[in-house]
Design a binder for this molecule. Sequence first.
Ligand code: B12
Ligand code: SF4
Length: 502
Amino acid sequence: MHIVLVQLPFPILSEEPRHLSPPLGLAYMASGLKKAGCNVEIFDTVLEGYHQEWSFAGNSTAYGLDPETIATHLAECNPDIVGLSCLFSSQDVILRKVAAAIRDRMPKATIVCGGTHPTVFARQMIAEGLADFVVRGEGELAIISLTQALSRSGDFAEVSGLVWRQGSEILENAVSRIDLLELLPLPARDCMNLLAYSATGIMHGESRSDVPATTIVTSRGCPGQCTFCSIHPVWGHRFRAASADRVLTEISELYHHFGIRHLLIEDDNFTFDQNRAKRILRAISQHFPDLTWSAPNGVAIWRLDEELIQLISQTGCRRLSLAVESGCPDTLAQLINKPLSLDQVEKVVRLCRRHGVRTTAFFVLGMPGETRDAMVESMNFAARLDVDTLTVMNAVPLPGSPLYDTARINGFMDPDTPFVAFATRNPIMTTSDFDPAWVDGLARRTMVRHAARHPMAYFRRIVEKMQAAPVSTMRALFNFFIALLRSRTCNEKVSAVGSSNR
Ligand code: B12
Ligand code: SF4
């Protein structure tokens, strides 16, 4: 069986520099498929076409190879199965265009889709004939049983999470999660041009263009119930982690075999098991003293203690991303549903300062139910917080999150909002308390207020991004400031309370 796994092009987000990450999920799947005797390739259309842009759905633009080029390349490879990975809903139209081009060129190929977006919209995709199969949830074991079913039994009942059409019916198997991550073979990073990623652009948030860097995922799932979070349809609520020993085997391979010197730990909740995180960090400081790392996806503040922060500081952490979310206790508890107190936040920030850990804090603004006063309170807390940099994101009802259902049921967003608009700097909800422009203006002004207090930290961050991706960083900055100028004058309270806090 010949299989090509495809990372689809990304949409260009006007206020973000271009990102480029190795498709780690595809590397995990490739590894198992190889062991099962398949001929498997990874085709990263973002890496291959990083400097190319093409338009779709009116005024949206994607970077990566265009659908025709992708289909032509695939037709030359002529695989039995094409696996399309669609991690973000904002890739929806891109997925459709690529799938249509493949159908056109290769009518006999089997198209399988996976990733967060297809997991949420599996039935619709099959009903529309976009794909032959959709795998909901993790793909490693499912793709192996699917290839076996296709080549031998034709019985799809055992394929976890599979959705497919049989006659006029759409059938759906339950999703079973992989309990022992330990048993998965290490991702087949040799199927990718691993070192090209950090050499080409910004990988995620904290970025190092000066040394070889790559991503790693050491655990899956998060018991948290944050209402805006869309990880659970794929990863579930149960925290499942590889043992510290297994993680170190992977790091050792990355360090010695691939020459990696910076790790981006992309776990959803790396520190959930504090003892495991401590064991991993102690071993890093002992065996890989020149390895640096970051956790750009954010770590849970409620899972940090002083010993852990000390270890974080001793192991070359370049920046710790702290997921605060709101500076208003009621919003945190009632609207976001996060078990976090502001005292904990301030304590952790103080400890990070004391131990010399560079920090950035994530905030989310514009949750349904959040009043203007609550938002101002939150942003005043954010502007004062003694972290190095701040990122205020607009609350976006990402498909797969409880917030998506809340927003649709209550009419907080236009039901025709195109999927490409589901990006975290893009406010798309309106409630009786606020409109998107007001929220956006407040978010931007808060970041500027914070930057005025920590100019060197922001300068350093921008320089790092400029080094990795000069043109798209310039474009993103330009768009940020244009939007800042356009944003409406917001509540008088913001500046009044803000200036009294300086
Ligand atoms: C790293 C990351 C990125 C990287 C890119 C990752 C990449 N190339 O692989 C970057 C930084 C570019 C990124 C950007 C964004 N991201 Co992001 N990202 C992640 C993160 C943290 C980890 C992804 C990862 O590596 N997972 C580990 C690997 C092992 O798993 P995986 O890739 O998901 O693959 C598994 C399954 O999905 C499945 N699978 C995947 N593909 C396929 C294909 C087939 C054929 C099959 C069978 C199965 C299958 O099997 C795999 C193995 O189990 C996830 C959170 C998460 N937990 O998933 C968010 C996540 C995917 N991102 C998200 C979002 C929203 C975004 C942004 C839109 C945010 C923004 N800025 O507005 C942007 C979009 C960028 C753009 N230009 O459009 C959301 C998506 C939700 C949604 N419905 O859209 C997630 C779920 C996080 C969240 N906020 O809830 N992101
Ligand atoms: S936002 Fe973070 S802490 Fe909350 S549920 Fe999602 S992964 Fe867990």
